[in-house]
Design a protein around this ligand. Structure first.
Ligand SMILES: [Zn+2]
Length: 89
């Protein structure tokens, strides 16, 4: 669980740009013997099957892809306190 993510910015795979839903963070309790790919890397992408130290940070959604004033744009610009918990997953 990473609640420290800045709203509007999301983690992405540095190899294929897959979103956080494709990323798997290997916790401290994750035995290295269970790591089949690059055991020293903390992150793993289920899309391209690459392991890496840190995910790329990128704006949520596609930069410039939202029409100004559209609901998507408003949500993209919204302050976290404006949103009710549970909307994010
Ligand atoms: Zn990937």
């Amino acid at each position: 669980m990473s609640e420290d993510a800045e709203f509007g910015v999301t983690d992405a795979c540095p190899f294929c740009d897959a979103g956080p839903e494709a990323l798997y963070r290997r916790g401290p309790g994750f035995s290295k013997s269970q790591r089949s790919v690059d055991p020293d890397k903390d992150w793993y992408c289920r899309d391209c099957h690459q392991a890496f130290d840190d995910p790329t940070r990128r704006p949520r959604g596609h930069p410039g892809g939202f029409t100004e004033g559209s609901l998507a744009h408003q949500l993209d610009q919204a302050d976290p306190s404006d949103l009710t918990p549970g909307d994010q997953r």
